[in-house]
Write a protein that binds this ligand. Structure first.
Ligand code: KE4
Length: 437
């Protein structure tokens, strides 16, 4: 009998209905802008559940997931040990608003894994971590200005929504309305991978710059690795001008190495911000660094910062379990590198076969395919990408049940649940998708 391959029709009725309803009660129908799929011009699938490398939507479509909740899911979705830890914790209550033993253990683990962090404060998001780190840098130095890089994204605090990446860049609002002029004046911008642009800003604002904040591997203009010597150069410039160096490792922390990008490149910042992976999928952020700086944080010092759910027991259970697994299995990063290299080789082979010269940037298990033939080393080169072509590619991949970040200016993530077979399937799907655009 002729084999009839019944390929489920790509049904979207339930997600369409939910998105229409969502928009009557939530701005844009989503609780974070990039989820609305605006840049790829389609209704976002409403996700019902996730496991390992897969997610399922309300219309029962099953996808191979390369978003991984924007970074946290380095061990794949529904990791059994993490679910077990949360199930155990929830039996003891959901929140106390009081110190707990697990917060001490979590802080000890983070300070062990990231030696530049001598004291660490838990918060509830990456944004809280970065905004607190900036306040601390200003408190410690007595200076007001900060330097960020065009295309880098550090969360949605006013200070950072100047030439910001991620959703702000995707949706064309890198300089969001609603930011007071006085705030914007204190946020100076420089060009990523261009130390001379940083020196120029320091020279023009002598003794006024509290800190330079940088994604040590940019992930929010798409994946842009630091050029040789860039991070070391930032360290030297900050020392020369007595400013603090802040590594925003919300995305790269525990993603590219157990000690984050600072371990990979051998550069020690004064402060580090963390998020995503340290929450194991629950809301967690953290900032930490040298004791002499962190001692300024209330109640040890005068710089105030607080949070009702900071160090929440469920979030600590998930995050602590996640970090313990990463610490206990040294082979994880080697495994991630092998799978990521397999995908890179396959995707590049597809491009070669089809005579397409697009740019592919990768560091470990985070990467981006840019629809431009130029090398992508900063914001200016990232925006030469053809976003219409990206949108067509995204949709062609989604039709084949490959779920990518719905933006040219985001990073793709692989987890330990992405097997060789899943990668092979993705490479084949990409070959078909590239032929359609
Ligand atoms: P959150 O406040 O979203 O937890 O973290 C902000 C943040 C800070 N720093 C870096 C380097 C980040 O990448 C982020 C958040 N990343 C985006 C994705 N690129 C979050 C996804 C979203 O906004 O929905």
């Amino acid at each position: 009998m002729q084999q009839r391959i019944l390929r489920r029709q790509f049904k979207t009725a339930k997600s369409n209905k939910l998105f229409t309803k969502a928009q009557t009660v939530i701005p844009g129908g989503v609780n974070s802008p990039v989820r609305a799929f605006t840049a790829v011009k389609r209704t976002p699938p409403f996700i019902k559940r996730a496991s390992a490398a897969y997610i399922w939507d309300e219309d029962r479509n099953k996808y191979i997931d390369y978003v991984g909740s924007w970074g946290p899911m380095i061990l794949g979705h529904s990791n059994p040990a993490i679910l077990k830890a949360v199930r155990e914790a929830v039996k003891r209550g959901t929140s106390f608003g009081a110190p707990t033993k697990l917060e001490v253990k979590m802080a000890e683990l983070i300070t062990k894994l990231v030696p530049s962090i001598e004291l660490v404060r838990m918060v509830n998001s990456g944004t809280e971590a970065t905004m607190s780190a900036i306040r601390l840098a200003r408190a410690f130095t007595g200076r007001e200005k900060i330097v960020k890089f065009d295309g880098c994204y550090h969360g949605h605090a006013d200070t950072f929504l100047i030439k910001a990446g991620s959703g702000a860049m995707t949706l064309g609002v890198p300089d969001s309305p609603g930011i007071p002029a006085m705030t914007a004046v204190n946020t100076l911008t420089a060009r990523y991978n261009d130390l001379s642009s940083v020196r120029k800003v320091f020279e023009e604002n002598k003794d006024q710059i509290a800190a330079v904040i940088v994604e040590p591997i940019a992930g929010n203009m798409g994946c842009v690795p630091p050029a040789e010597g860039f991070l070391q150069g930032l360290r030297l410039l900050c020392d020369e001008y007595n400013a603090l160096l802040i590594f925003d490792e919300v995305m790269t922390g525990f993603r590219v190495a157990l000690g984050g990008a600072q371990a990979l490149y051998g550069v020690q910042p004064d402060l580090t911000t963390l998020g995503k992976i340290i929450g194991g999928g629950l809301p967690v952020g953290a900032y930490g660094g040298k004791k002499e700086i962190m001692q300024m944080v209330s109640p040890a010092g005068p710089m105030y910062q607080a949070g009702t759910l900071s160090g929440n027991p469920l979030a600590m259970a998930a995050g602590f379990t996640m970090l313990r697994i990463l610490l206990a299995n040294k082979m994880i990063y080697k495994h991630l590198e092998q799978r990521s290299a397999q995908l890179e080789d396959g995707l590049k082979e597809n491009l070669q076969k089809l005579g397409l010269g697009y740019t592919f940037n990768r560091v470990g298990s985070m990467f981006t395919l840019f629809f431009t033939s130029k090398p992508v080393t900063d914001y200016e080169s990232a925006v030469t990408s053809d976003t219409a072509k990206f949108s067509a590619y995204f949709n062609a991949m989604l039709e084949q049940r490959i779920y990518l970040p719905p933006s040219q200016f985001e990073s793709v993530f692989i987890s330990t649940a992405h097997t060789e077979r899943i990668i092979e399937k993705t490479i084949k799907a990409q070959y078909k998708a590239l032929q359609k655009i």
